[in-house]
Design a protein around this ligand. Sequence first.
Ligand code: CA
Length: 235
Amino acid sequence: MQPKVNILFIEDEQNILTFVTKLLYGHNYKVTTAITGTEGLQLINSICPDLILLDLGLPDMDGQTIIRQVREWSDCPIIVISARTNEHEKVKALDLGADDYIVKPFSPSELVARVTAHINRYERLISKNGEGIQDKNEVVETGGLRIEKLARRVYVDGKEIILSNKEFDLLLFLASNPNVVFSRDQLFDRIWGVDSFGETSTVTVHINKLREKIEKDMSKPQYIETVWGAGYRFK
Ligand code: CA
């Protein structure tokens, strides 16, 4: 069977590159490799991968720079594979828009499982978009804000707003449950999953980024309200 899914692996350690490429090829994934950040960014533009595996310690730049740049225009899944184990690094990568974080040395079967989960999720979104389904149930619209669930597009007063995956998930979840207060713990469990790395401050970071993108007046949020001591509520 011809591999149909394209994975880009940006990593400067040749033995890991070779190992992971063979491992994923055995599961019918095609892997393109880059050993520097510059090369990686060029390949992201030219091959439009279905998923990016990313080392943080690259010879020419920090992997975080790549996450930041990719998230300006793409919601392609990014899984960080790094030897950096401290909580701060993980939280920072997730806050920048990485979808997952795997610590080296990793278990091969866990890597394959996570890659497959993220690819399946992304493919479901793409194929749904391709079918062009967009009935009323798939649009949340309120006070100038329009969220298209399947296309994963957000508009404020007709202008499209680019959100990261998690910012979108968070906004959609809150907007789908208007007038309900959710604590940061509840939102973290819901959007990132209970077994995710990170901490509830990640929720605050994402809420702030969302507000910067969708609110007209940050001091008087029109959509996402802070309920002091309790959490957040969509108005
Ligand atoms: Ca490295």
